[in-house]
Design a protein around this ligand. Structure first.
Ligand code: C5P
Length: 304
């Protein structure tokens, strides 16, 4: 039976950037063992759930032509998974307003899944512990638990096992969105190929980076940003080198490919600097569009 809550319910979920992404070897299940530090950023998707007679999906915003509106969409799968586990009727209308770049390495799909999970659990009045929601989240995708939790966190396993990390203050980011997306599995496969062909350097321990995040000093954090997937993303989209260079020339403290890319994330000294870097990047023609954002921000949250 559907919820008695008659009004639509909106949940907002954030994008993420990986401040540290250490990729281990591929496991027997096909996933890679990760040591990563996530930070949630102030770019959001809004997911609105309305009780209905059928499960339908409607997506608006930039890049929507690449978002599936069939049952393979992660938000729809989230609702179905939760309904099956708790014996509910999954029928509802799901409206997704995309603010997170699609196929950009910023966990947009995971944000939608996290928002749909929290939304459905709220609509149905499910009395469940956060661990149970985390378990369903992890079954949907490696980044979905982080999208639920937000803030800054150390992720291990395939990225789904989280320990909250201390962060002081606010970090300011400029994001350069690429013209074409990248497929996450393809980027991991490319890293495996690069590693078979040679031995690209691997990220070490994130301890120094975690201390820098706790200090709140972006100058201290900047040289420690690292992403093992960056070499693979650059191999598949060589033009991203120009984007990274342009961001540094524009005054960013550091630039890094976000997750599996192709979004490039630039850490800046202040909110004003982030706007300046964005303006220069936009003018340099090295990306499709730019966004400024700050972090950390909370994970999926019901919009009052
Ligand atoms: O878990 P998620 O659905 O986000 O993963 C998408 C794909 O990314 C996986 O199918 C896998 O190819 C790759 N991946 C990986 N190791 C991880 C996370 C993702 O190889 N830890």
């Amino acid at each position: 039976m559907l919820s008695v809550v008659p009004t639509p319910l909106t949940v907002r979920a954030p994008a993420k950037v990986n401040l540290h992404l250490g990729v281990g070897d591929v496991r027997p299940d096909g996933f890679h063992e990760l040591v990563t530090v996530f930070q949630a950023l102030s770019l959001h998707d809004d997911v609105t759930l309305t009780p209905a007679d059928a499960l339908t999906l409607h997506v608006t915003g930039e890049g929507v032509r690449d978002v599936p509106t069939d049952p393979t969409n992660l938000a729809a799968r989230a609702v179905v998974a939760l309904a099956e586990r708790y014996g509910r009727d999954p029928n509802m209308r799901i409206d997704i307003a995309k603010g997170i770049p699609v196929a950009g390495g910023m966990a947009g799909g995971s944000a939608d899944a996290a928002a749909a999970l929290l939304g459905a659990a709220t609509l149905w009045g499910l009395d469940i512990e956060r661990d149970e929601l985390d378990e369903v989240a992890a079954s949907l995708g490696s980044d979905v638990p982080f999208s639920l939790h937000g803030h800054t966190a150390l992720g291990t396993g395939r990225g789904e096992r989280l320990i909250p990390a201390l962060a002081r203050g606010e970090f300011h980011w400029t994001l350069a969105l690429a013209r074409e997306g990248l497929s996450t599995p393809a980027v991991y496969r490319e890293l495996d190929r690069l590693r078979e062909a040679g031995d690209p350097p691997r990220a070490g321990s994130p301890d120094d980076l975690l201390a820098a995040v706790a200090s709140g000093d972006p100058h201290r954090l900047a040289p420690l940003l690292v992403n093992d997937l960056q070499a693979a993303a650059l191999s598949l989209q060589p033009g991203l080198r120009r984007t990274l260079r342009a961001g540094m020339e524009a005054g960013a403290l550091a630039g890094i490919v976000s997750g599996s890319g192709p979004t490039c994330a630039f850490l800046c000294a202040s909110a004003d600097d982030a706007v300046d870097v964005g303006t220069e990047l936009a003018g340099a023609g090295v990306c499709r569009t730019v966004r400024v954002a700050s972090g950390p921000v909370p994970g999926a949250t019901v919009v009052p």
